[in-house]
Design a binder for this molecule. Sequence first.
Ligand SMILES: Nc1ncnc2c1ncn2[C@@H]1O[C@H](COP(=O)(O)OP(=O)(O)O)[C@@H](O)[C@H]1O
Ligand SMILES: C=C(OP(=O)(O)O)C(=O)O
Ligand SMILES: [Ca+2]
Ligand SMILES: [Mn+2]
Length: 667
Amino acid sequence: MTENGDFSFAMDANAVARNGLPRIQTHGSGKKKPDNGICHDDSGPPVKAQTIDELHSLQKKRSTPTTPIKDGQGGTAFAILSEEERHKLQLQSISASLASLTRETGPKVVKGDPARKAETPKVGAEHHHYFTPTISISDSALKFTHVLYNLSPAELYEQAIKYEKGSFITSAGALATLSGAKTGRSPRDKRVVKDETTAEELWWGKGSPNIEMDEHTFLVNRERAVDYLNSLEKIFVNDQFLNWDPENRIKVRIVSARAYHSLFMHNMCIRPTPEELENFGTPDFTIYNAGQFPCNRYTHYMTSSTSVDLNLARREMVILGTQYAGEMKKGLFSVMHYLMPKRQILSLHSGCNVGRDGDVALFFGLSGTGKTTLSTDHNRLLVGDDEHCWGDTGVSNIEGGCYAKCIDLSKEKEPDIWNAIKFGTVLENVVFDEHTREVDYSDKSVTENTRASYPIEYIPNAKIPCVGPHPKNVILLACDAFGVLPPVSKLSLAQTMYHFISGYTALVAGTEDGIKEPQATFSACFGAAFVMLHPTRYAAMLAEKMQKYGATGWLVNTGWSGGRYGVGSRIKLAYTRKIIDAIHSGSLLTASYKKTEVFGLEIPTEVEGVPSEILDPMNTWVDKAAYKETLLKLAGLFKKNFEVFANYRIGKDSKLTEEILHAGPNF
Ligand SMILES: Nc1ncnc2c1ncn2[C@@H]1O[C@H](COP(=O)(O)OP(=O)(O)O)[C@@H](O)[C@H]1O
Ligand SMILES: C=C(OP(=O)(O)O)C(=O)O
Ligand SMILES: [Ca+2]
Ligand SMILES: [Mn+2]
């Protein structure tokens, strides 16, 4: 378009002469006939539009309403309402979510993108759906907040690309985004409201992820987030579900300011069908994500400009000062860690897959140990990669998508994850070629924690619905950068509990200035950052379930072999997969075993497809004295970490507690 709106390509006279191309005429130029004598092929039907705007309006076909009108029989309460009324109720619900607590009223909300002028509401306009609050005492009540409600991935792509800097389409069709200053979670900025109930119920104090805040401060932050969101021209609202177990499904609403966040949650939570959305009603839990806006550091309990606040009584979470999307996903996981145990359902920070014969495996482990990688297995059906529930009928995934690490991702080693990175997938913080838009997965310029979020059905052998029978194998993953844990060990129940409560992994801190000490991390239940109750509560439930259903525990080291970090190297993914295959097939259960010193682990002497000499880590170390020293060092760290748990009884059985205490390293 030229400045005066004339649709023509800017070509100079020389260019026309060189290319022999005519100036493109539009009807705006007033000339009907070509002036160069060339006869254009105008035999096709003419465009049924008088203006460009009209032409563009033809491009989009009206879709079937997300709330189909039901016939009289079998209809729900909504069925008797007109489409108009249903929209109004929906907007009332969203307005209520966004209500300021001090003004005691919701904002005026209207459906649609403010950029689409036709949807801008005029007071008194008959055919627009908006909800006018009754009390209006400040200027903010005069403005409308446009609500982009459960948009499709295509619409969210357009929103992101138009309005969010750093959004691009990669050559594979994924949406590349930047999460801003924060490229990982901020556990030190997480706060949980301590009231009479939660003071009793939750795990507080040393080692707990639950740092207290009071109700009033929560409301201060909530108001800050809500005011920020209401000040925007438009916000995104996702109404979705958690948990594939229909009996224990939780309705969540996510209010956010970015298309990136909306698409991320579209992928990560369970997507409602149009009918389910119609009957959605009031959410069980609401997230207010005002991540672009900081918290006020003068606010009590705030120690930085980031705050992630959980209020279980209000069933709300507020996010200020971080745009890292994983905060929402893991925040909801914390909520499930509170709600599910109340129903005698165990929430698990684990991946899960199921064989063709119905054998279910759980994969526990801290970040980076292989839950996502190893649960995504071409020979098995994927139930989920990160968050599950184990109840009386079996396991169910909490989520509707996966969140895979992308650093050094390769098509050869992880084809299913590679192929899941396509249209609809959110790619966070990756670096790509500015022209071809091809992603360089080895590039850590933005962060090492590059991520892909995709709907679970992007994995071809996903098990949908994402549920399965009771687990047969419970695999504990540790990425041991000390290189002393065996690649695989078979565990007794007491050992499984000991290692589950310990939640060990060792990552390597800051690789910039040369080789650093591996950093041992102990995180109870392989997810202390997300548990709400004392770890022994979850441990007791796991022990009871494993006993009841006869599951076998395994410890798999996906970390170093042949020496510690800097000397040895990470165990080949192909070998780990072979080990996991042998666990699934049952062949490892009947292998011959020997016991290791110090940790007392049962290690197989042979695993098909894996060189036997690596099965005992001692064999792989050239310096045997260094091996022994490192082994004892790690054992000491385990012992020290477990001290705090020595005074707790695990389950009803003090016999099991005794056994667990003796299932740790002995030296
Ligand atoms: N032997 C191995 N087993 C599992 N993962 C490995 C192995 N070697 C390298 N990796 C890499 O380690 C990372 C494991 O991360 P991921 O599966 O996302 O962990 P989690 O889901 O537990 O956070 C992946 O990038 C994977 O490619
Ligand atoms: C999303 C996360 O999980 P994981 O690294 O286990 O995939 C996280 O810890 O932020
Ligand atoms: Ca993961
Ligand atoms: Mn995880």
